[in-house]
Design a protein around this ligand. Structure first.
Ligand SMILES: Nc1ncnc2c1ncn2[C@@H]1O[C@H](COP(=O)(O)OP(=O)(O)OP(=O)(O)O)[C@@H](O)[C@H]1O
Ligand SMILES: [Mg+2]
Length: 265
């Protein structure tokens, strides 16, 4: 007996497998059922199908980036509560997440006191870039200087500088918390110099620019560094309360019963 001819669903599944679109392949049956039931239009169905594939691809990109970029956590724009931080212009942050600044090789500097979301927003920019297929790398200033110092000692500073110049987006977190040695400041200057106008750097600091001289132990170098960084730059000045304090306060106000519940016991 002749095998039954493949249905249109079978052909669609085979095509999606052939095109290596596993996200769309997994979603296609559900979407077609909704089309049959009249719940979605043809255009909506195509949109849902492609979106399923894009979501899968972005997740994969993110997983790869999480392994290679040293991002310390997943923090996204969706998780950011703008109502808590009214000094932040939501449109500015949303427009930065459209990533035009990466193509224009501009920098982003997030300034503000502890706990106001500087690292959160720096990471969410890096994650958005990674999902868009761009190479990203994260380091604290102290961590980056340590790795440059090690490379210099081992005689391969220029290779390390090339590696750190390569990512389209480099996060330099926590400028201002730990003191920097004079040699360390020189290495950091070399890094920023190498990236200047080639790729974007997102920096965070709890100190205003006027204090960077004492952070780096050299007023003249700090001035030259700031000059390069702000040449093509978006500055996000955050003034407000620490989100960490809010979490502590919520726990304290909740009392011992809620506190236990919050920890899942
Ligand atoms: N507006 C916000 N909405 C949601 N979560 C927030 C917000 N601001 C901060 N957080 C969360 O609070 C914690 C502290 O924020 P973050 O680490 O970004 O602060 P920071 O400005 O980098 O502070 P520090 O200067 O101490 O490094 C993180 O877990 C972050 O996800
Ligand atoms: Mg931080």
């Amino acid at each position: 007996m002749k095998p039954p001819a493949p249905t249109r669903r079978d052909r669609l599944r085979a095509m999606l497998a052939d095109l290596k679109m596993p996200g769309a392949l997994e979603a296609v049956d559900g979407i077609l059922s909704e089309v049959d039931g009249g719940a979605v239009s043809a255009a909506e169905a195509i949109e849902q199908l492609l979106n399923a594939q894009i979501v899968l691809r972005n997740n994969r990109r993110l997983q790869t980036a999480m392994r290679s970029s040293r991002l310390p956590a997943v923090k996204t724009l969706d998780q950011f509560d703008f109502a808590f931080q009214p000094s932040i212009k939501r449109e500015q942050i949303e427009s930065l997440h459209e990533l035009g600044f990466l193509d224009r090789r501009e920098n982003v500097i997030l300034l503000g006191p502890p706990g106001v979301g500087k690292t959160h927003l720096a990471i969410s920019l890096a994650i958005t870039a990674a999902e868009a297929g761009r190479r990203v790398y994260y380091g604290t200033l102290a961590g980056l200087i340590e790795s440059l110092t090690e490379a210099k000692t081992a005689g391969n500073l220029s290779r390390r500088l090339r590696v750190l110049t390569h990512p389209a987006l480099l996060v330099v977190d926590e400028i201002g918390y730990l003191p920097v040695s004079q040699d360390g400041a020189v290495l950091f200057f070399q890094l920023i110099n190498a990236r200047h106008e080639r790729s974007s750097t997102v920096l965070t600091s709890n100190k205003g620019f006027e204090e960077w001289g004492s952070v780096l132990g050299d007023e003249v170098m700090a001035a030259a560094l700031i000059d390069r960084l702000v040449h093509h730059c978006h500055i996000v000045n955050i003034r407000g309360n620490s989100y960490r304090m809010r979490e502590h306060q919520n726990l304290l106000q909740a009392g011992p019963d809620r506190r236990r519940k919050k920890h899942g016991s």
